[in-house]
Design a protein around this ligand. Structure first.
Ligand SMILES: NC(=O)c1ccc[n+]([C@@H]2O[C@H](COP(=O)([O-])OP(=O)(O)OC[C@H]3O[C@@H](n4cnc5c(N)ncnc54)[C@H](O)[C@@H]3O)[C@@H](O)[C@H]2O)c1
Length: 286
């Protein structure tokens, strides 16, 4: 594109495998057919919609969610065979390792979508003047950030042993879930925003760490989506929230999240990026 620049300064050897692009109009896609996918938080909301979309594309889905969740029912409801529910807490190394082993026993584990998350609101200093208890902050960061990293590291260690796919030459792809609260955190969201900001911050270094193994990492930062998490809010609060989304003025549909996750999985050139999915919403302070 800039022949003069390249001629003057040939690029140094890169630490990444370099592969020729395909002709225009064709592009490389990671085909989920025949691949195994772990979806954390897959029993509900955005994770359940993603599990459904992956199963429809022919992936074998392992739902990793809490034992108390509806993971078994969700796994049973997916189209196709071979799907499973593996109860685990994303923060627990042994439980997650067992889920990864259960996944690799089903075929090549090429896809991870991390959707498990919690949001416990609380101000740094409460109404009665008491500081937020430290365990409350640590719990949200523990599930959302450390849990996401825990599943990512154990899954990535399995992915690096995969044969590259014939179509894209990839070993795997990881999609993490942040939130627009990583950027526009509201009053009472210090712990949630910190946890999601950590997921945003580790996206590029994870993509760089795993580039030599041909594993991509991207993050979706959703706005407000119509899931059980949001549905618990009173109707009048939900109406105000929906009206605040510039266009379209409504909650996101979990299928729209799943569609973006699928696109990231299939588009071999998307890597190291955080994508907001929010109808142009920028959250006000409260
Ligand atoms: N719904 C939204 O508007 C919205 C907006 C921005 C970001 N997000 C993020 O998207 C993700 C999914 O949210 P959702 O709305 O689908 O929520 P949800 O509550 O419907 O689903 C979350 C799932 O995570 C599971 N989970 C919670 N803690 C876990 C743990 N320790 N180990 C394993 N599984 C655990 C739950 O059991 C549940 O099935 C979350 O990370 C959330 O922070 C949601």
């Amino acid at each position: 594109m800039y022949p003069g620049v390249w001629a003057a300064q040939p690029p140094a050897a890169l630490p990444y495998p370099s592969r020729a692009a395909k002709p225009a109009r064709e592009y490389e896609r990671l085909d989920p057919r025949g691949a195994v996918a772990i979806v954390t938080g897959g029993a509900s909301g955005l994770g359940a919609a993603t599990a459904q979309a992956l199963a429809e594309r022919g992936a074998t889905v392992v739902i990793l969610d809490l034992p108390t969740s509806r993971g078994e029912q969700t796994a049973q409801s997916l189209p196709g065979d071979g799907h499973a529910f593996h109860p685990a807490d994303v923060q627990d190394p042994e439980q997650v390792q067992a889920a990864v082993q259960a996944a690799t026993a089903r075929g090549p584990l090429r896809i991870l979508v991390n959707c498990a998350g919690i949001g416990t609101p609380g101000k740094v200093v409460g109404r009665n003047g008491t500081p937020m208890p430290l365990p409350q902050f640590a719990k949200v960061v523990g599930v959302n950030l450390i849990g996401t990293f825990n599943v990512t590291r154990l899954t990535a260690a399995a992915m690096v042993t995969n044969e590259p796919t014939p179509d894209t030459g990839e070993r795997g792809v990881i999609v993490n879930t942040a939130s627009i609260a990583a950027f526009d955190g509201q009053i009472g969201q210090a712990s949630y925003s910190a946890s999601k900001g950590g997921i945003v911050g580790m996206t590029l270094p994870l993509a760089r760490d795993l580039a030599a193994s041909s594993i991509r990492v991207c993050t979706i930062a959703p706005g407000i989506f119509d899931t059980p998490l949001m549905n618990s809010a009173p109707e009048n609060v939900k109406a105000v929230l929906a009206a605040g989304v510039p266009n379209p003025s409504r909650f996101g549909n979990p299928a729209e999240y799943a569609a973006l996750a699928l696109h990231i999985i299939e588009n071999a050139y998307l890597n190291g990026e955080v994508i907001r999915l929010d109808g142009a919403l920028r959250m006000p302070p409260r």
